[in-house]
Design a protein around this ligand. Structure first.
Ligand SMILES: NC(=O)C1=CN([C@@H]2O[C@H](COP(=O)(O)OP(=O)(O)OC[C@H]3O[C@@H](n4cnc5c(N)ncnc54)[C@H](OP(=O)(O)O)[C@@H]3O)[C@@H](O)[C@H]2O)C=CC1
Ligand SMILES: O=C(O)C1=N[C@H](C(=O)O)C[C@H](O)C1
Length: 248
């Protein structure tokens, strides 16, 4: 399987490249970075290709593209792909509502799997948090996150996903609109990722914590999703990580 990586020089992109070039069953078809990147034209260690500017994506004959870049770069990739049916796995977060709607529209042409968190076990964590919210809707929820100091200060895609789905779950059970779930943001050193959810019951409190130790957790999950998305005939639509895990 020929995989293209958009964001190949990034934290996750670097891990993706390393995992792909060290897997004999996978082939790195494209390592895409910013047009002005100092890496453009330089060889990708362990592979036979060079880093290329993102606008070279369509010259690489990828079977699937994995994107861990920026919302702007990710949307530009969609423009570059146009109406082609190349499957795309998107890990990039921070899309505006308009961009997210445009991504959904692009799924008319190709299967795309979009997830704010590909790390192993995150789906089980998320489902257990929602299970608690449904059983104990009176519990006052709080979401918090801790990431590396280079991550933007606004809440992560993961926290926004958890907070929104907790609100939806509580609203559905209580029959009236739940209050917005507060999100507390911490940035600390090189912390890869700690996501926490608590439910205050007054006389008791439940706490759920999920910690990612290495960036390969995200990369492994994204590669597994890409293998699923590009195996067999996937209808052109928007898929979630849950879709791929349920079908395995
Ligand atoms: N869904 C998930 O499981 C996870 C999602 N993420 C998300 O993935 C994204 C990337 O995270 P991370 O790897 O830490 O980020 P980095 O900042 O480390 O890497 C970003 C990458 O995007 C590239 N890039 C930036 N602008 C452009 C452009 N205009 N054209 C082409 N490439 C561009 C950068 O290339 P250059 O160096 O040349 O600028 C770099 O390779 C973030 O949105 C983050 O929230 C992160 C971890 C897990
Ligand atoms: O930037 C990161 O590191 C991460 N970003 C994603 C997000 O915004 O939720 C996923 C994960 O939390 C790590």
């Amino acid at each position: 399987m020929r995989i293209g990586i958009l964001g190949a020089s990034g934290r996750v992109g670097t891990s993706l490249v390393e995992l792909i070039v060290s897997n004999p069953g996978l082939e790195l078809a494209a390592a895409l970075v910013s047009p002005g990147s100092r890496l453009v034209g330089k060889p990708v260690a362990g592979s036979s290709i060079e880093y290329r500017p993102a606008d070279a994506a369509m010259k690489s004959h990828c079977d699937v593209i994995i994107d861990f870049s920026t919302p702007q770069a990710s949307m530009a990739l969609q423009d570059a792909i146009g109406v082609k049916s190349i499957p795309v796995v998107i890990g990039t977060t921070g899309f505006s509502a308009e961009d997210d709607a445009r991504l959904s529209a692009c799924c008319a042409h190709r299967p795309m799997l979009i997830s704010a968190n590909f790390a192993r076990g995150f789906e089980a964590f998320r489902l257990n948090v929602l299970g608690f919210a449904r059983m104990m809707p009176e519990g006052e929820p709080r979401v918090s996150e801790t990431y590396h100091v280079r991550k933007k200060a606004e809440p992560s895609g993961t926290s926004r996903l958890l907070a929104g789905q907790i609100e939806e779950a509580r609203t559905a059970v209580m029959g009236f609109a739940a209050a917005k779930t507060p999100i507390t943001v911490f940035r600390e050193g090189d912390t890869v990722g700690i996501n926490a959810v608590s439910f205050d019951l007054g006389s008791a409190e439940a706490r759920f914590t999920y910690q990612v130790h290495t960036l390969s957790a995200y990369a492994e999950g994204a590669i597994a999703a890409a293998q699923w998305l590009s195996s067999g005939h996937r209808e052109p639509r928007r898929y979630s990580l849950a879709d791929s895990l349920a079908a395995r």
